[in-house]
Design a protein around this ligand. Structure first.
Ligand SMILES: [Zn+2]
Length: 248
């Protein structure tokens, strides 16, 4: 589904547009002209990743042109399909330096899969397939997708190693925030070991000064204009020493 000249949504589950597996996050395809990048390929149950590839073709784009697989954070609804995507596409796999060793080993506990499985979020037999990571990103690193230049920001709080990306497209600027901030200034706190409210606030304050129109979250409503106001709303709660409304 084409959102803008530079961004398609090609997957997502019941907290999205129902384009692929029900537990998948929003799966974005970035179009930088001569190069494409896939962001967070979803959970990857059964043939869900094949559905995502078919969605890309139906949007008139050739999956063979995807050169990068960008992973925002290591939660399974975002990276479960990463190993399959890396094996089926000719891509450079990109993740934060913090998340990379965890993604390479598929460490259950580090990604809180053990507790998420026990809580019933994922099938009882689900394991995270280890995936290679070729490029490790740190604060301020820039990765290119054709004519797009994405600047990485370390935005922990939802979990450690979480990245957000800021970039300018042909007709607007974007914050690819993943699970940092959602519509209405909501955030996603969970009772897991690396979800931290102080880090969350710092991350929201970090992206607040950035100039962007579109907010591309990992779930729920996508804002193509006025996206900045949702970050402002979350920041306002934090500045008053409160906590923004939570998605859960
Ligand atoms: Zn997450």
């Amino acid at each position: 589904m084409k959102l803008t000249e530079n961004v398609h949504v090609v997957g997502g589950g019941r907290f999205g547009f129902g384009l692929s597996g029900s537990l998948d996050c929003h799966v974005y395809l970035l179009n930088g002209g001569d190069e494409l990048a896939l962001v967070d390929p979803g959970l990857g149950l059964k043939d869900d990743f094949s559905t995502i590839l078919e969605n890309i073709r139906q949007d008139g784009l050739d999956p063979k042109r995807i050169r990068k697989l960008i992973l925002t954070h290591y939660h399974c609804d975002h990276v479960g399909a990463a190993a399959e995507a890396a094996s089926r596409l000719d891509v450079e796999v990109v993740a934060s330096a913090f998340a990379a060793p965890v993604i390479r080993t598929g460490d259950d506990r580090a990604v809180a899969l053990d507790v998420a499985r026990a809580a019933g979020f994922y099938p009882a037999d689900f394991v995270l397939p280890p995936c290679r990571v070729d490029t490790e990103l740190r604060e301020g690193d820039v990765i290119r997708v054709g004519e797009l230049a994405l600047t990485a920001y370390e935005t922990p709080g939802h979990c450690d190693g979480h990245l957000s990306f800021h970039f300018a497209g042909s007709d607007r600027k974007y914050l690819l925030g993943a699970d940092l901030v959602f519509w209405g200034g909501r955030i996603l706190l969970q009772n897991i070991h690396d979800c931290r409210i102080d880090a969350y606030a710092s991350s929201v304050f970090k992206v607040e000064p950035l100039d962007f129109d579109a907010l591309l979250p990992g779930h729920l409503q996508i804002s193509l204009r006025g996206g900045h106001e949702h970050v402002e709303q979350a920041a306002k709660y934090f500045r008053q020493l409160g906590v923004p409304p939570n998605l859960m």
